[in-house]
Design a protein around this ligand. Structure first.
Ligand SMILES: C[S@@+](CC[C@H](N)C(=O)[O-])C[C@H]1O[C@@H](n2cnc3c(N)ncnc32)[C@H](O)[C@@H]1O
Length: 257
């Protein structure tokens, strides 16, 4: 890689991605939702593909991922992968039926350029999984790490901006199951002690780049004294919760900004 791609190489996931596969595994329920939204697409490009989660096995998929550390963790049988960035996809116009991008747009240096590229290389369908920055978040972000909420509101694209890049778009709420297998930030909303585990935190970019972990002491105290249960105990009854994750889906737009 050269130019802007080269600049990526020493970036976030080469630093924090070494143990990604330990905690970031595909959740089959989320995989089903993504596959459903890909509709009849036979050929799919998965941009910001990481280690290969959510790549449907019954279609021809090409992955795009800039980080060596992530590429090295792709299983031997995973789809073929190109080392490249969303902002400059090495494919001709309309090369694929669909493009998908799962929990990655907020990591791109130039989100608009990447979204334009998705519209350029996809013929029929774009499927994005993201977090809506207008959502209030969940207890961890609100009461313990408000800096995560602030940072995510800065880096996650507003859903309205994503809609500018799609035609006939739809925004689908994705409730997160209480036992979600993919350990992203919100995955442990019903398993609060998980956030005390360094291995769990290492798979979550907000934690992996966070210098002040002192709120974890308060969380541990609250769990030990029953204060957490007093505040949030009713969550323990819920099977799935809307904490702001959204599928934003539609057709590629010819009038991208
Ligand atoms: C949270 S991970 C998600 C990976 C995968 N989609 C998944 O759901 O497991 C974000 C990924 O985006 C990749 N990424 C960061 N900047 C990128 C860019 N400019 N273009 C494409 N991918 C990028 C990272 O290297 C990382 O693999």
């Amino acid at each position: 890689m050269d130019g802007p791609e080269k600049k990526y190489v020493l970036s976030t996931y080469d630093r924090i991605g070494a143990d990604y596969k330990q905690t970031r595994r595909e959740d089959t329920r989320l995989a089903r939702l993504i596959a459903r939204e890909l509709r009849e697409a036979r050929t799919v490009v998965n941009v910001g593909a990481g280690t290969g989660s959510y790549e449907p096995a019954d279609r021809f998929v090409v992955a795009v991922e800039p980080s060596d550390v992530m590429l090295q963790q792709r299983p031997p049988k995973a789809s073929p992968a190109a080392q490249a960035i969303a902002e400059r996809l090495p494919f001709r116009d309309e090369a694929f039926d669909a493009a998908m991008a799962v929990l990655t747009v907020h990591h791109w240096n130039d989100q608009d350029a990447g979204l334009r590229e998705l519209s350029r290389v996809a013929r029929d369908r774009i499927v994005l999984l993201t977090w809506d920055p207008s959502h209030e978040g969940f207890w961890l972000m609100r009461d313990y790490f408000p800096q995560f909420l602030e940072a995510d509101r800065q880096r996650l694209p507003p859903v309205e901006r994503l809609l500018n890049f799609l035609a006939d778009a739809q925004v689908i709420t994705v409730p997160i199951p209480h036992d979600c297998a993919d350990g992203f930030l919100g995955a442990y909303w019903r398993r609060p002690r998980a956030y005390l585990n360094p291995e769990v935190r290492s798979g979550i970019s907000s934690f992996a780049t966070c210098r002040d972990l002192s709120p974890l002491q308060r969380l541990e105290e609250h769990l030990d004294t029953g204060e957490w249960q007093r505040r949030y105990g009713e969550l323990l009854e819920a099977e799935a919760l809307d904490i702001g994750y959204r599928l934003v889906v539609g057709r590629p737009s010819s009038g991208c900004p």
